[in-house]
Design a protein around this ligand. Structure first.
Ligand code: MOS
Length: 771
């Protein structure tokens, strides 16, 4: 059954009443008019102390009796055929308890990633163990070949060296442009160029004819590595045919499902826990080869096995953000109205697909004529995984740079050009975001550079970029809230806290409904054993998926508690209110504490379970953002210093102001690092990654930090009973574009390549040959 309700939507800048259809089971929606006590305030993480004192248990902190240590042997060759694997000597080393290889019967290649690409999988086309088979192909340096479990990590490592693998080395290709040539070594039998993805609308040729100004340029971005603080890893234990796993994963349920499928056992036979997690950023979906190997080793050794990757392995074989080469052409009329955008891109996600970058072009602006052509290029390199707003940081760098160039060409302020073209009907908050972030950076100071900089001159510049993201969460997501007769309150959802503060957000919503403080709520999460389903923490959908269920469950528990309290207060349950730890009768005459009410329960515990409803029809859209950067460029050394970034973002209703601002800060920091420093380097002749570590792969540190000004705009479009939207990914989308535009503004030459390193700046200024 559904009911029609009138709610208030909009932002501080303007709201309106709309009538929407929602399921009757939904509680009163927290719309723009809702007055809340806990939600939206800055709340310190409930687990902050546990984290900084080391009390929080991460996967690597799990120690089980009799636990062994796993290590993986990886291919030193970027492309090879494995002729044979002889692990006899390794298996005989004292302390070694299990050896597996990617050959039958322990083959871990059944989760072969190449199957995802729609290309013939060597594993699928050759029955494991079939006599006389040619052996499996290794597709990149670092791919898993064998693994060992031993009583210590050192013994396992020593044993790896005793495994004798005979490789037939095959020609490899790791360079993006080389891989496109007709005679390039083939990563897959069908070649290195899967079908391109073509999209768009209207007629770009007609659009360019109608334009008064057209700019075009080619922009490049590097392969970047996720580098979550915590590497991939798992602890696996089999008992009576049941599998228990502790894993560093952004999706305990997906991890469970992958293992159940791999071992052919029911989902109920696998339990995955992840109580604390040191980030994932998209690289920790599913069990992956690491999770499967941990479980296989544990099964074979008949003992628990811990398998944590080191940073080198992490940066070779667990995912990356693909590279891109983007040719983009944009046309507009004199007044700045866009007439056409044409994007043609190619990039490599290694042996996987996923190098598309067209999201921003398709999403950001109201343009009638758009054409996108995207080409994945397979190379003998580690596979990509989704990486915080997949495709968007790359795509926005090219699009927003081109718009900046167009604005300069037309003599229009770049901000005015954006405002002229944004999708007004979808971006209720964006005008406000543009204005607030522009004001905070002092945008009115922006000037076109007067002349070429003199040697050694320090130049400053201002630039901007736009963000959009369109995920709203969805069912299934389930939660339970329990109240014990001792007054304890538990909020249960299997979801993982990837590090964003999910635990605290669950407590905040529960506390709001029950009239308590967040620290009075125990949160139980990170465990498929709870039976309370949650989607993976990706796509910025965690809070948008689970919090509506948490709220509904808390409302159910609240009703039951008030029913128990009502007789003692001589009131009807619906006339009671819960606030500041007390239950008050509406007339204010009588009240009792939360604990007293809990003591009147007729059972030791009451519990209410609820599920997330579908997004309300017609509600939602995208969440938007805008960032502005001020930079300083030393034209003598080519050094770029980001001085300040103002970042206005819309996450719908803010749940925890402190956590939201932290998300923005973290996104800006990560994307600044991408803009200025990060790039995975592979040596073409050997096909080896030269900087699979955190010494040569440079990540921004305290010295690179600018002043960051996070600005939250709350746009209530109420697609769920809380009105929350995602904020995990949007803040990384516009930063590189804003910085590149600021640098271009400072030096008077357009930056077209990331990262913006000093050698590239000097090349742009004509001081050194092309970087
Ligand atoms: Mo993300 S790339 O959805 O973790």
């Amino acid at each position: 059954m559904a009911s029609r309700r009138t709610i208030t939507v909009g932002t501080d800048g303007g709201s309106q009443k709309v009538e929407i259809q929602v399921p009757e089971t939904e509680p009163a929606i927290w719309d723009a008019d809702a007055r809340l006590n806990v939600v939206g305030k800055p709340v310190r993480r409930l687990d902050g102390t546990a984290k900084v004192t080391g009390a929080a248990r991460y996967t690597s902190d799990i120690h089980l009796p009799g636990m062994l240590y796993g290590k993986i042997l990886r291919s030193p060759h970027p492309h090879a055929l494995v002729r044979s694997i002889d692990a006899t000597r390794a298996a005989r080393l004292p302390g070694v308890k299990a050896v597996i290889t990617f050959e039958a019967p322990d083959s871990f290649s059944r989760l072969d990633r190449s199957e995802d690409s729609g290309n013939p999988s060597p594993a699928a086309s050759e029955a494991p163990g079939s006599p006389g088979r040619a052996g499996r192909r290794i597709l990149f340096a670092g791919e898993e070949v064998a693994a060992i479990a031993a009583v210590t990590a050192e013994i396992a490592e020593d044993a790896l060296e005793m495994i004798e693998v005979r490789y037939d080395i095959l020609p490899h290709v790791v360079d993006l442009e080389d891989a496109r040539k007709p005679d390039a070594p083939k990563v897959y039998a069908k070649g290195n160029l899967p079908s391109p993805s073509i999209g768009g609308q209207g007629d770009v040729e007609a659009g360019f004819k109608a334009a008064d100004a057209v700019v075009e340029g080619t922009y490049t971005t590097p392969v970047a590595l996720h580098n979550a603080l915590e590497t991939h890893g798992a602890v696996a234990r089999w008992e009576s045919g049941r599998l228990d796993v502790w894993a560093s994963t952004q999706g305990v349920f997906g991890f469970r499902d992958d293992l159940a499928k791999f071992f052919g056992i029911p989902m109920a036979g696998v339990r995955v826990q992840s109580e604390y997690l040191g980030g994932g950023f998209g690289a920790k979906f599913g069990a992956g080869v690491t999770g499967v190997i941990a479980a296989l080793l544990a099964k074979k050794a008949q003992a628990p096995v811990k398998l944590m990757l080191d940073r080198h392995e992490e940066n070779l074989a667990t995912g990356n953000r693909p590279s891109s080469v983007q040719w983009i052409k944009v046309g507009a009329r004199k007044d700045g109205t866009l007439t056409a955008i044409h994007l043609r891109s190619h990039g490599t996600a290694g042996i996987a697909p996923g190098a598309g970058v067209s999201g921003p072009v398709r999403m950001f602006y109201a343009c009638p004529n758009i054409r996108t052509e995207e080409q994945d290029v397979f190379t003998n390199a580690g596979f990509a995984m989704p990486f915080r707003a997949p495709g968007f940081p790359q795509g926005s760098f090219a699009l927003e740079s081109a718009l900046d160039e167009l604005a300069d060409r037309l003599g229009i302020d770049p901000l005015d050009l954006r405002k002229k073209n944004y999708l007004e009907q979808r971006a209720k908050a964006l005008r406000q975001q543009y204005d607030l972030a522009a004001k905070a950076i002092g945008w009115s100071r922006r000037r076109a550079p007067a002349a070429a900089p003199k040697n050694g001159e320090i130049r400053r510049g201002l630039g901007m970029g736009t963000a959009a993201w369109g995920m709203y969460g969805e069912p299934p997501a389930d939660a339970t809230v329990r109240i014990g007769s001792d007054g304890r309150v538990e909020c249960v959802c299997g979801t993982q806290d990837i590090g964003t503060g999910t635990r605290t957000a669950m407590a905040i919503v529960t506390a709001e409904v029950l009239g308590l403080g967040p620290d009075q709520v125990q949160v139980i999460l990170g465990d498929t054993g709870t039976g309370m389903y949650s989607p993976a923490s990706g796509g910025s959908v965690t809070l948008t998926s689970i919090l509506p269920a948490v709220r509904s469950a808390a409302e159910g528990a609240r009703r039951k508690l008030l029913e128990a309290a009502a007789p003692g207060l001589g009131a009807r349950p619906e006339d009671l209110d819960l606030k500041d730890g007390r239950i008050n009768a509406a007339d204010g005459a009588r009240s009792m504490t939360f604990a007293q009410a809990a003591g009147r329960l007729k059972s030791a515990v009451i519990s209410a379970q609820a599920s997330r409803a579908e997004n309300y029809e017609g509600m939602g859209g995208a969440s938007w953002g805008a960032q502005f950067a001020e930079v300083e460029v030393d034209t003598g050394t080519g050094q770029v210093r980001v001085l300040k970034i103002t970042a206005a973002h819309d996450a719908g209703r803010t749940i925890n102001r402190l956590a939201s601002e932290s998300q923005i800060n973290g996104g800006v920091i990560m994307a600044l690092s991408y803009a200025l420093l990060e790039q995975r380097v592979i040596d073409a002749p050997t096909g080896l990654v030269m900087n699979a570590n955190l010494e040569d792969y440079k990540i921004a540190g305290p010295m690179e930090m600018p002043e960051i000004v996070p600005i939250m705009i709350e746009a209530y479009d109420a697609a769920n009973n809380i009105g929350v939207k995602g904020l995990g990914e949007p803040p990384v989308v516009p930063t590189a574009a804003a910085i590149a535009n600021a640098v271009s503004n400072a030096i008077g030459v357009r930056v077209r390549d990331l990262p913006i390193t000093p050698d590239r700046i000097l090349a742009l200024l004509g001081k050194v040959k092309e970087a």
